[in-house]
Ligand binder design. Structure first.
Ligand SMILES: C[S@@+](CC[C@H](N)C(=O)[O-])C[C@H]1O[C@@H](n2cnc3c(N)ncnc32)[C@H](O)[C@@H]1O
Length: 406
């Protein structure tokens, strides 16, 4: 080994980044992060690139310090077992936040056998979900408290474990059975997915058949977004679900008006709770393959909609807008994008690859940055494709086109 050491380099990088994060916490009067619910959740606003770089260095360092055998063992087939069981039995609610419960008390409240429940909760503890402050006693950690208190996050994990996880193990079967499409950006299609093999129907059909699941899915969709602002405009939020994004934007930008369009079964649960924005957010039942009813809006916005469809169907959605568009109307798409391999560090690359395979499990496509222009070409003349920008710090991409007219 020469003088130069990658391990020591990574350690220095890590140390420098952690020092910057430490100073940020000090200068914003925040305590050090901890696994205790007594510590407030850290606010890393303004320091995200440094935090990401630290996590990249940490991931490289951990992987380099692992043997190949240990690298293989970093991912476990049992990772979701405890989350699945705890979600299904709603164990998060059995422990009051700020208090403790014994395993016996939890088992009795949940009507589940003590021994397996204890093993399952201790597995979750190894993922920092719950902790055992004294032998036999369970308390919340920040992660389990989040699951106990935030319905959107709990629904998100509920769907992951109950619906998606069984579908993941059928992805290879689906590819073997139905073959893959060679067209870029295309998935196998909802009817030919791992999800279809696991559940006997597509995710959309599951949701349509079960209003409870639909509500859960829509709530799960509200678990976080990242979007840049617009000037004064009417925004049509096509396939906008319960309007979570529109409502957030309406609060932030008082000059914006929103029409949230979705299917009837989704909109049945849609409400604008906040009186301050009630006159600027309305809901409209609309099938996005049918001609667009809201004419002359400044923005037609598709958030996380087209990822579920291949290019041909996405082009159909665009063509359905045409009768309503005025010159200069913008089509804005915020969606997921897979960066070209090797352009990011391994920590981020893993996140993107996981989200790509999740889309594949559901039979959906996923597009690399260049792929987002194709559906505008397929939609026909009149659209001027302006380009696609990666949204920093997320798996998102913002795609923009203008209607120039025919
Ligand atoms: C992945 S969710 C995205 C929801 C929302 N835009 C967001 O970002 O949170 C896809 C949405 O498309 C809606 N959708 C699916 N098929 C549709 C159709 N034919 N017409 C209108 N909306 C549809 C679903 O009900 C769901 O709300």
């Amino acid at each position: 080994m020469g003088d130069h050491s990658r391990l020591l380099d990574l350690t220095s990088i890590l140390q420098a980044h952690v020092a910057t994060i430490h100073n940020h916490l000090l200068s914003t009067n925040q305590p050090e992060p901890s696994f205790s619910i007594k510590t407030p959740d850290p606010d890393f606003t303004g320091i995200e690139p440094t935090r990401f770089a630290a996590l990249e260095a940490l991931t490289d360092l951990r992987d380099l310090l692992s043997t190949p055998r240990e690298l293989l063992l970093n991912f476990h087939e049992t990772d979701y077992v405890s989350r699945h069981a705890l979600d299904r039995w709603n164990i998060y609610a059995c422990v009051p936040v700020g208090s403790t419960r014994t395993y016996a008390e939890i088992a009795s409240q949940a009507s589940k056998p003590l021994q397996p429940l204890r093993r399952i909760i201790r597995h979750a503890m190894s993922q920092r979900i719950f902790c055992e402050p004294q032998p036999g006693v369970v308390a919340h950690t920040p992660a389990s408290r989040l699951l106990a208190e935030n319905k959107n996050v709990r629904d998100y994990y509920g769907i992951k474990t109950e619906e998606i996880w069984p579908a993941c193990v059928r992805v290879a079967d689906a590819v073997e059975k139905w073959g893959s499409s060679d067209a870029q950006g295309e998935g196998l299609g909802r009817e030919r997915s791992g999800y279809m093999l696991a559940h006997g129907r597509s995710m959309q059909e599951t949701l349509d058949a079960d209003e409870g699941k639909h509500a859960r899915y829509d709530s799960a969709m509200s678990a976080g977004f990242d979007w840049a602002g617009l000037g004064k405009a009417v925004v049509v939020d096509v396939g906008g679900g319960l309007g979570m994004v529109s409502k957030c934007l309406a609060k932030k930008f008082p000059e914006l008006e929103f029409v949230v369009e979705d299917q009837r079964v989704v909109l049945a649960d849609a409400v604008v709770e906040d009186e301050a924005i009630r006159d600027r957010v309305r809901f409209l039942e609309h099938d996005f393959f049918a001609p667009q009813p809201i004419e002359g809006a400044e923005v037609y916005f598709f958030r996380r909609v087209m990822v579920e469809w291949g290019d041909d169907r996405a082009a159909e959605m665009l063509r359905a807008l045409v009768p309503a568009l005025k010159k200069g109307s913008r089509v804005l798409i915020e969606d997921v994008c897979t960066p070209a391999p090797g352009t990011l560090g391994i920590w981020q690359e893993r996140r993107y690859r996981c989200s790509d395979l999740l889309a594949m499990t559901l039979g959906a496509g996923n597009r690399e940055r260049e792929g987002w222009g194709r559906m505008f070409e397929l939609a026909g003349p009149g659209f001027e494709y302006k380009g696609a920008t990666l949204v920093k710090g997320s798996d998102g991409i913002l795609v923009e086109a203008l209607w120039r007219g025919r």
